[in-house]
Structures are given as C-alpha cells and as structure tokens.
Design a binder for this molecule. Structure first.
Ligand SMILES: *Cc1c(COP(=O)(O)O)cnc(C)c1O
Length: 447
C-alpha cells in the first residue's frame, strides 16, 4: 500500500551502495517489510527468495529463532561496553571458540570486513617494524582480487571498476596473476594453472626479497571478482612460498568462511594455516556488523610493549567487540554445533549441481562452476570460445530484473549468475531458483 511513497521518500534522502543513480529510474529499491528463512517480504505483499544471502552474510535464514533469542537475551544484560580497559562474556567466549576453530591464538575485532583488512595490513607491516625490518612496506595481492573498499583494502584489490577512480590515492601493491581456473589454457587442469601462476608469484617474492610484508588472498573463490575459483593446491604452494621468503600469509575468508566452501574454513581444504585470518559477513549469521582479524601467537607476541612505545598496536574502533554482535556470533556457532550443517550442505550442494546441470549445454553459458554452497553460471556471447558479451549490454542485469519479477533475488556480478543461498534453503526452493535462472538466462541471451 505504501510502496510508491516509500520509494519516493527513499529517493529523496538515501544514497544506495553499489548503485549508479540512473539505475534507480527503472529499478527503484524494493522496500522490504519483513523476512523469514530464505524469504523476503515486500510491503506490497510480494515475496523474494534470497538466493544470495543478502550479499553473502546470511547463513541460517532471516529471523532465526535461536539467533533472535540470543540477541534478545544479551540485550537485557549488556548492549555494549568499550573494549579498551573492559571485557565481557560474549566476546571472551567467541574468541575462545574462534581460536579453537582456527588454531590462531588472538582475536582483534572490528565491524566491517574492510576494517578487518585494514587491521591485517597495518598489523603485518607493524610486526616487521617491531622486528627491525624497516624495508618491508609492500603487499602482494592477486589479479581480480577484492578485499573491500576503504583505501587500504581497495589498494590490495584488483577489481577495475571499484578501483580506477581512486588510483591516485592508493598504495601500490605488487599484483600476482590469479590462479583462476576459468582462464586455463587448452589441456591444462586447475592444478596446472595453480602451479603456473605460483611460479610468477615466487619470482615476485625473489625480486622483492625483504620488501614484502604479506601476501593477501581470498582462499578458493574470488567472490566479487565473479565467483572465480581455483585449486586448493595453490594455497598449499602459497603457504610454502610465504614460509620460504618469510612473508605473512593473510587469508581473507570474509566471504568464504563458515562452511560456504564445504569446510568450516576454506584454508582447511589445503591443509594450511594462515598467519592472519579475516572473518566477517556470516560471522553473526547476517545479523549485525562484526569482523575479526585472527593472528598467530608469533605475531601477537611481537607487540609486547610498554606505555609510549611505538611497538604497541594502538588501532581502535568504537564498536570493537560489541556485545550484541558477539552474542549473535556465538548463537551462529551454536547452530553449527547443534546440527551437522556441513553434511546437510553437501546434500544441498549436490542438489544445486543437479538442478543447474542442463544449463551446461546452453549456447550462451561458458561454464558452470561450484565450490560447496557457491554455484556460478558464466554467460558469454559464445559459450564454446568463452567470448564475453560487451559489458555495456548488461545481460546480467536482465537476469536480475527477470528474477525479481519471478520472486527471486539473484544479483549477478556482471554476466555471472550465481547462487549463494542461506543453508536453510530446501531442495524444492533450489529447483525453483534453477528454473528462474534458466528462463532468465534464456530471455537475457535472446536479442
Ligand atoms: C565483502 C568482502 C570484504 C569487505 O567486507 P565489508 O564488510 O563489505 O567491508 C572483504 N573481503 C572479501 C573477500 C569480501 O567478500
């Protein structure tokens, strides 16, 4: 009933993320009144299946009774207290659990993923200074990487569209080629690509010996870069190279942590432990902003310092370790403990693969790829030769619009249509999504 007026009021006062203002003309934001499970409900009564977990944050659906209760319960006792000079039960319990899950000893909290990336970059640099290695001022990131949009995080990101304008303001990282298996040569396997690209990174490390603080990667899936996936072998080789050249390995699992790739953390599939691990997004089940930078004892111990010493890490954020957010995170971990989430996800992932398999033969589908609960369908002008559509044609946006009309939230990255659903999705809802995606792709690729 209020739909037009909400849209008008919104337009007057809001500035939406990742939305060119002209796009609002034909696709104004949809006012959502409530949400439950995988379903969003708009004021006009229309429902939308949240196939991308509201930008990859929601793990167990909207309005989950366990997480709701945990936040309510915490709210009655303590909503927040500053973490300098004070502490509280939810943040201690959460840190113990995260440390046990990751074998990294200390947790440094922030609110958004980008802030955790900033912390990791500063911490790594500062560690080397505390060790007397003042020449270490550079970072290595991968081509097509995305680590967020604050200036430091953007500096180590390589997604042109987000970066271009700000280039004069940014740090200059060394960019190593991505192990992205989509761009493999004829006859090459994903593992071959991993080996080939690692040799370039190894060369960079040799050329810049003693100058590099850390290598930062998104383990297994470069999500914002179009859900591009690589072989776990790359991470094993990277761990060994970082050890050989004495540089930190920063694993940014902000998007892929918490079961998304099939294991609790993506690094587990390579059997490696990073020096710094970044978590965010799903950490609170998609409820409240909370991120964390977990570090090894080796790094933590290098900051042993007294008052006035430049060795101390003085970084701070107002909401560090917010009690409500930590309560949501603890409830999220409870859900992992109370049921075999990863086993159920294996069944759902197999169902996703089956439901989308017929699309593999589509003339305008170049590849269907999957890592656990992420499945991506790459559209192309010529699927066989992988010739992309001109970006200006915005084919992916046509799928987005079609899906909304059909009651699904699918928000493609360029021409990559992907599913990254909450883990509580049902098989028949996956079938529904696959049908909508198939019809949407058929429409979007017919001129
Ligand atoms: C989303 C994302 C970030 C940034 O997190 P924000 O909470 O959006 O600041 C960083 N790294 C990766 C891999 C991400 O997907």
């Amino acid at each position: 009933m209020n739909h037009p007026s909400w849209a008008e009021r919104d337009r007057r006062v809001l500035w939406h993320p990742c939305t060119p203002t002209r796009d609002l003309d034909d696709l104004p934001p949809i006012p959502i009144r409530s949400a439950r499970g995988v379903w969003l409900e708009a004021y006009d009564g229309r429902r939308y299946l949240d196939a991308i977990s509201s930008w990859w944050v929601n793990l167990f659906g909207h309005a989950h009774p366990v997480i709701n209760a945990a936040i309510r319960d915490q709210l009655e006792r303590l909503e927040h207290v500053m973490l300098a000079g004070f502490t509280h039960e939810p943040v201690i319990r959460l840190s113990e659990r995260l440390a046990a899950l990751t074998s990294l000893g200390h947790c440094y909290y922030a609110s958004d993923g980008s802030a955790a990336v900033e912390i990791a970059l500063k911490m790594s640099f500062h560690y080397w200074r505390n060790r007397g290695e003042h020449r270490r001022t550079r970072y290595i990131c991968l081509a097509n990487s995305y680590h967020g949009e604050t200036l430091g995080a953007l500096s180590v990101s390589d997604v042109g569209l987000y970066r271009q304008v700000y280039e004069p303001l940014l740090l200059q990282p060394l960019v190593a080629p991505s192990p992205d298996a989509y761009v493999r040569a004829d006859g090459e396997s994903a593992a071959d690509v991993a080996r080939r690209q690692m040799s370039v990174l190894e060369h960079l490390l040799e050329q810049h010996a003693g100058e590099v603080c850390a290598v930062i990667v998104e383990p297994l899936v470069q999500c914002a870069g179009g859900m591009r996936m690589h072989d776990p072998l790359y991470l094993r080789l990277l761990r060994a190279a970082c050890d050989r050249h004495r540089v930190h390995l920063i694993a940014d699992e902000i998007a892929v942590g918490f079961g998304r790739t099939g294991t609790m953390f993506a690094c587990e599939q390579a059997g490696i432990r990073p020096d710094l691990l970044l978590l965010g997004k799903g950490l609170t089940g998609g409820y409240l902003p909370l991120s964390v930078c977990l570090v090894s004892d080796e790094i933590y111990n290098a900051f042993d310092s007294e008052h006035g010493s430049p060795a101390a890490f003085l970084h701070s954020h107002s909401y560090t370790g917010n009690a409500l957010a930590c309560a949501a995170a603890n409830a999220t971990l409870d859900l992992f403990e109370s049921g075999d989430v990863l086993a159920r996800n294996r069944g759902l992932a197999a169902h996703l693969a089956r439901a989308t398999a017929p699309l593999a033969d589509h003339a305008h589908v170049a590849e269907i790829r999957q890592t656990g609960m992420i499945l991506a369908i790459e559209m192309a002008r010529d699927g066989k030769t992988r010739t992309p559509y001109p970006a200006a044609e915005r084919r992916g946006r046509r799928v987005y619009r079609y899906a909304l009309e059909q009651g699904a939230l699918l928000r493609p990255l360029g021409d990559v249509i992907y599913f990254m659903p909450p883990y509580v999705i049902e098989p028949d809802e996956i079938d529904q999504l696959a049908r909508i995606a198939a019809d949407g792709i058929a429409q979007a690729t017919t001129d």
